[in-house]
Design a protein around this ligand. Structure first.
Ligand code: GLU
Length: 288
């Protein structure tokens, strides 16, 4: 039976509130990823905290060389200034390797030689048997607790289990985002992770990894997704061309359920930002 854990993981509460935005540079920001930038920025800043930037460029094949610069320019056009140096995942491979080694030593990671095709027909059966030709390393989920967890915006969440144990190191080389993200968040001292709701389902897996790696956890909050006119989640191709920072601000605040004053329509990104910073505590019920 699930029990209520309410995020009962050690959180770095003594530290200054530290949020982050962690885009993957597979293209420019679109209205959905910009909402995650705005939401995470406002949350950290309205609490007097720091807001860090990380570029999730671990998967070279999916990265576009021009995207990091494009993203930085877009953040600038939104009036969002990050604190401290930018962290690039591609520069921290040895830290991910050490984390994987720890999991391997604890027998929490196992080699797998399933192909994508074989996984369509059956689940992975590699755990506990010597692999013929290891293709990837997966996380052993047998210890994953059946506990609910608490999301700042979505409230109490039931645990969800992936169909297959998630990959930690892929057959074609890169470490998986799941593992890198947990290492990075701990390294950067992140105390709150505010991101799009499409990542809510992997949160219990990341909390599980934090426990197994002895890393502190964070508060999680997942923001609404932005859809196109056909009800489809936005993709990178919906990015740069349609990126109007003033509209993005208004759309994002409304998507987060804020009451935006009609007088602000057409205001500059900096005016939206300053109004939001002054309003954030009230709109988000953060005063406690
Ligand atoms: N890099 C991930 C993405 O762009 C987000 C990572 C996160 O916020 O945890 O989808």
């Amino acid at each position: 039976m699930p029990t209520d854990s309410c995020n009962n993981l050690p959180i770095r509460s003594a530290q200054v509130i530290t949020g982050r935005f962690a885009p993957s540079p597979s293209g420019p920001l679109h209205a959905g990823s910009a909402l995650a930038a705005i939401g995470s920025y406002l949350s950290a800043k309205t609490q007097g905290g720091r807001w860090l930037l990380r570029i999730d460029d671990i998967d070279g094949a999916r990265c576009r060389p021009e995207a990091p610069e494009q993203i930085l320019r877009q953040l600038d056009s939104l009036g969002l200034a990050w604190d401290g140096p930018i962290r690039y995942q591609s520069q921290h491979l040895e830290q991910y390797a050490a984390a994987l080694r720890h999991l391997q030593e604890q027998e929490l990671a196992y080699p797998c030689d399933c192909t994508r095709q074989s996984l369509v027909q059956r689940s992975c059966t590699c755990r506990g048997r010597p692999p013929r030709r290891p293709r990837a390393w997966r996380l052993d989920l047998r210890g994953l607790p059946h506990t609910t967890w608490y999301d700042r915006y979505l409230g109490r969440q039931e645990p969800s289990f992936p169909k297959h144990p998630p990959v930690l190191l892929r057959a074609d080389g890169p470490f998986a985002y799941l593992l890198c993200c947990v290492v990075d968040d701990a390294e950067q001292g992140i105390t709150e992770i505010i991101r799009g709701a499409d990542l809510a389902a992997i949160t219990p897996l990341q909390q599980y990894l934090q426990r197994q790696l002895g890393l502190p956890s964070a508060q999680y909050g997942h923001l609404p997704l932005v859809y196109d006119q056909n009800g489809k989640k936005l993709s990178k191709s919906d990015g740069a061309a349609a990126f109007d920072a003033r509209i993005i601000w208004e759309q994002s605040l409304q998507a987060m359920g804020w009451d935006t004053p009609a007088e602000l329509r057409g205001a500059s990104p900096e005016e939206w930002r300053d109004w939001s910073l002054a309003e954030g505590v009230r709109q988000w019920n953060l005063e406690k």
